[in-house]
Design a protein. Sequence first.
Length: 199
Amino acid sequence: MVKIIGLTGGIATGKSTVSKMFKERDIPVIDTDKIAKSLLNKGSEAFQEILTEFGETVLTPNGEINRKKLAEKLFHDEKTRQTINAIIHPKVKDIVRREITRLESYGETLIVIDVPLLFETDFHQECDVTWLVFARQKDQLERLVERDQISEDYAMKKIKAQWPMSKKKALADVVIDNSKSILETRKAFDKALERMRNQ
């Protein structure tokens, strides 16, 4: 029987690092961010719905969705964020369910779903166990400013668009602290994975 791990974190907490660790162990990871981005491709159902909702102001000169402009709208306005999420998230869930079925048919017994908004979108209800990659807000802010080359003000808006880490921490089954060295993160990962496999 297949076991589903829901992997999440806050923005710039190092979720991708832990996701990579699963892949290195040959455990399949379904990346919902990649799925969401593919859903915005020109001509898709989600593309048409966003165009209907926001008009051509969110398009680039060549008629593609301007992802940067859409992200700015999303992080600056709660109503816009809810509208976009209502368009994208149900479609992402459908694709994830199909992918789980496909992987299960190949005999996979452990599958990871990498979901940035795991708890916010009730995606954790699709999972058997939830893992949270944790970092202090100070570290998040520094990493985000450096990674995306954005202002501290905009970085903080992005962080606050998600639930606080304390709220996610209270809901997660496993917490991987990524505030220290990569070596410490790997040790915590190995320990948590071994413990889960022995349950």
